[in-house]
Design a protein around this ligand. Structure first.
Ligand code: NOJ
Length: 527
């Protein structure tokens, strides 16, 4: 059984998207120098760890999720020596480091794929999924599988064979049946653990294996490339590697509607944690939210793993925008769909959601800029869109990847000395770190207070959790001896429990009552 006090069980983990955090060399793209220069922002926010989206050499066909070399840093971000310095700096500031590993695919620029492409007889071909095409000329796709970004999953090489890519053609899928692939990734884990990295975020963690018969995707039949059982052997082996080092964590990106299948990844000899996409996609609705919390806690309890609470990341609509729309669930189809957004309402709900996600049992993940209350930039001109999902599927993730506003009254808001790689809304002048610092009503100060209180609140560092009451439209729960959170998702103000003291409120109370779309943290004596 894993240590119940292990750091990853109740950490606040901040996702840094390096292209958009801070630019130190004036090319309009964020880099390691920028992150090192702003580490105090993260220390002051009180986060326990940083998860760094990919920083490796990459042609950037998918913003770095197309990795050409897992043991180095892309020159646009800096050098390996700077990454090592950043790990040291972060540790000195009391912040752990998690790096992103992408095992399902690599970049087509990776040495393995280049060798495989150059010679049909090269042994490297076996490391990928090269297959003949269908039809007498072999010119038809080997399968009709639809890729994760839409479109076909096969690209033909000049010698006539096809190779599989569940994402873009620049991201060939690896063949995880091959022992060299397994050995390589175990070595990559050790490479980063040896450099002091505290955890690994595992990209597309459920996709690695494919049915070798390449069957069609048919409803009701086992899926040919989602969640094949063999994947668990890999994570058991990774867990053995992680366990060779003290206090290291493996965190999976597992999109999985079936909670039992999801929980399999979190068995005691597999991953330590996985992102909660159920919560991230949940509508602003008390009944659905309560069901989601129960479902999450039940699923994790069965395997003894901590839950995670995630509202945003670099792939999804920022939740200030999502909560300000008529439809508050997440789906890629809602990205840039032109539906009206009430940013004031979205911000109010995002403030309440912060108190929710920071007080449920488990670890909380924050996506950079969430602490500033940033919204999705839905006005990026088409010619500046960079996300390959836009070209293949018509939905862009660029709107949540816009560079952070640090200071000043106009773009680039201290992010860079030049124009940033994606445009920032001029209205972000009120949402810079500088503008919000010291403003008691700002999102940033709310996050600082909440994370600070969370740290000292012993009840929030145990699995202890119980619902208090079941009023329609209201979520109310107790943690530990005398901590409670009440979130009003109904359209009317509601009364608060007797004999409480308010510790923190997401919006001002209404004569002692809790207004709509507001959450409070209370101290409440146990009766
Ligand atoms: C999930 C990552 O979060 C996303 O950004 C990426 O495009 C895909 N995996 C492919 O690596």
């Amino acid at each position: 059984m894993a240590d119940p006090t292990a750091w990853w069980r109740d950490a606040v983990i901040y996702q840094v998207y390096p292209r958009s955090f801070a630019d130190s060399d004036g090319d309009g793209i964020g880099d390691l120098g920028g992150i090192r220069a702003h580490l105090q922002h993260l220390a002051g926010l009180g986060v326990d760890a940083i998860w760094m989206s990919p920083w490796y050499p990459s042609p950037m066909a998918d913003a770095g999720y197309d990795v050409a070399d897992f043991r180095d840093i892309d020159p646009v971000f800096g050098t390996l020596a700077e990454a090592e310095a950043l790990i040291r700096d972060a540790h000195a500031a009391g912040i752990r480091m998690i790096v992103d590993i992408v095992p399902n695919h690599i970049s087509s620029a990776h040495a393995w794929f280049q060798k495989a492409l150059a010679d049909p007889d090269a042994p490297e071909r076996e490391l990928f999924w090269f297959r003949p095409g269908r039809g007498p000329e072999g010119d038809q796709l080997p399968t009709d599988w639809v890729g994760e970004f839409g479109g076909s999953t096969w690209t033909r090489t000049p010698d006539g064979a096809w190779y599989l890519h569940l994402f873009t053609p620049q991201q060939p899928d690896l063949n995880w049946d091959h022992p060299a692939v397994r050995a390589e990734f175990e070595d990559i884990l050790r490479f980063w653990f040896d450099r002091g990295v505290d955890g690994i975020r595992i990209d597309s963690a459920a996709l690695l294996f494919k049915d070798r018969d390449l069957p069609a995707v048919v409803e009701g039949r086992p899926h040919p490339f989602h969640d094949l059982d063999e994947v668990h052997d890999v994570y058991r082996a990774w867990r053995r590697v992680a366990d060779e080092y003290p206090d290291r964590a493996l965190i999976g990106e597992v999109w999985m509607p079936e909670v039992e299948r999801f929980a399999n990844y979190l068995r005691p000899d597999e991953l330590h944690a996985a992102f909660n996409f159920d919560f991230l996609g949940c509508a602003w609705d008390a009944t659905l939210m309560r069901e989601c919390v129960d479902r999450t806690l039940d699923a994790h309890r069965t395997v003894g793993a901590p839950a995670t609470w995630v509202l945003s990341n670099h792939d999804v609509t920022r939740h200030v925008t999502r909560y300000g729309r008529g439809t508050t669930t997440f789906s890629f189809e809602n990205n840039l769909d032109g539906t009206p957004v009430d940013l004031e309402l979205g911000t109010r709900r995002a403030r309440a959601a912060a108190l929710l996600s920071l007080s449920l049992p488990g670890a909380t993940y924050l996506y950079q800029g969430e602490e500033l209350g940033l919204w999705e930039n839905e006005n990026i001109p088409v010619e500046r869109m960079q996300d390959p999902m836009y070209a293949r599927r018509g939905h862009s993730r660029d709107g949540c990847r816009v560079p952070l506003p640090w200071s000043g009254d106009e773009p680039p808001f201290g992010f860079s000395a030049t124009e940033p790689w994606l445009p920032q809304p001029a209205e972000w002048k009120d949402r810079t770190v500088q503008a919000q610092t010291g403003d008691r009503n700002s999102m940033l100060e709310l996050y600082r207070s909440a994370i600070g209180l969370r740290r000292g609140e012993s009840g929030l560092h145990t699995p202890d959790f119980a619902w208090l009451g079941d009023d329609a439209g209201v979520l109310s729960y107790r943690r530990g001896l005398d901590f409670a959170c009440v979130l009003n998702m109904s359209p009317e103000a509601v009364a608060l429990p007797d004999r409480h003291t308010v510790q923190l409120a997401s919006s001002p109370l209404d004569g002692g009552r809790l207004p709509p779309d507001t959450a409070v943290w209370l101290r409440i004596p146990r009766t």
